[in-house]
Design a protein around this ligand. Structure first.
Ligand code: AQP
Length: 330
């Protein structure tokens, strides 16, 4: 069985972009692949976090993984720090990643360009940790949203470099990016991706938003004056984004079919259909979340997940440490 690995960093509440671009695919793939899905808490602290809020976000993230359909009997769900090999291999990867490569990564570059002060060393080097997150498990595929493709690319480069230098250590993973929904845009500014750090709070639908709030956000989504439900991300980015949301939430219904259905109809009717689809999915997820958050499922899932993930991760770490001469072999 081919293996897959992916993670989410809950720097805030998970949103519809995380669901459409990543989480729903984890769920689809768990029957076909050996799936490892982790909660990237080390990555969360690359930017300042409120400890109480972070703890809640981590717990909610596990509950939402399960509420969205990940089944711990099929998928290994774990917390990154429960497997210390991530931080250990992360350091080794950092020593094999060039500063030129890190300088090209958009997250750090963007924040620096915006003039943000006191950026952490962790934010600069996190792509090396991400490479370790992936390579510890030798996955065949890494399902990600469009924005994360460059992380898989740097992972491949560093893995190839180390394989060349020390002999075969890592499988070279492939990114898996869906054709529709790989970049869900902000509802209030469709030139930006939907993001946890949305300052306006109007452009991002959180998976735990009350249904009324979610509906209001969809109905207030920025569109255009063409009055035509047509897929054209360049000239009609808002409408095209809503079409992608509707398609993703209706079993990847072809965009052409959606265009046909709403031909000659106003944006009001179209938005109501999108809002209905969003609310129906949120309602389902939230009902399951309510059951999970008060049960012992979070603890049992994480302890079992950590045990299963450690088996692979520790073996890989040992292999790497030996290959690069870090262990004293008696
Ligand atoms: N808007 C999006 N559309 C499609 N996929 C998305 N993903 C994130 N946003 C979208 C995918 O979700 C997975 C987990 O991402 P993450 O939360 O670990 O990191 P991120 O991409 O940095 O998410 P945010 O919301 O933008 O976080 P902040 O605001 O903290 O920077 C990934 O597979 C990602 O592609």
């Amino acid at each position: 069985m081919k293996r897959m690995l992916s993670g989410i960093k809950p720097t805030g509440q998970l949103h519809l972009g995380n669901y459409i671009g990543a989480l729903r695919h984890f769920v689809d793939y768990q029957d076909e692949y050996e799936m490892y899905a982790f909660i990237a808490n080390l990555h969360c602290i690359t930017v300042p976090q409120d400890p109480v809020e972070l703890q809640k976000n981590l717990r909610d993230c596990v509950a939402l993984y399960l509420a969205c359909g990940l089944d711990p009997a099929k998928a290994t769900v774990f917390l990154q720090t429960d497997v210390p090999a991530h931080a250990q291999l992360g350091y080794i990867m950092c020593c094999h990643t060039y500063m030129g490569e890190l300088n090209r990564m958009t997250q750090f570059k963007d924040k620096q360009a915006k003039g943000e002060k006191n950026l952490s060393g962790g934010l600069y080097t996190y792509p090396a940790l991400m490479a370790a997150d992936i390579l510890l498990y030798d996955p065949d595929y890494v399902p990600v949203g469009d924005d994360q493709k460059q992380h898989v690319e740097i992972t491949r480069d560093v893995a190839e470099r180390m394989n060349h230098r020390y002999g075969e250590l890592f499988k070279i993973p492939e990114p898996l990016v869906a054709k529709v929904g790989a970049r869900i845009m902000s509802l209030s500014d469709p030139s930006k991706k939907m993001s946890k750090s949305d300052e306006t709070n109007k452009g991002c639908i959180y998976l735990l938003d009350p249904l009324k709030t979610a509906r209001k956000k969809v109905m207030g989504a920025v569109t255009d004056s063409y009055a035509n439900v047509h897929f054209d991300p360049e000239n009609q980015p808002g409408v095209s984004n809503l079409m992608q949301i509707l398609s993703s939430l209706s079993n990847d219904r072809p965009i052409g079919e959606i265009e046909q259905e709403f031909q000659g109809k106003g944006y009001g009717e179209f938005k109501r259909a999108v809002a209905d689809a969003v609310c129906a999915r949120l309602e389902q997820i939230q009902a399951r979340y309510d059951e999970i958050i008060t049960s012992d499922m979070i603890a049992t899932t994480l302890s079992d997940g950590a045990r299963r993930a450690s088996l692979l991760a520790n073996a890989k770490l040992e292999k790497v440490q030996k290959a690069i001469g870090m262990e004293i072999i008696a």
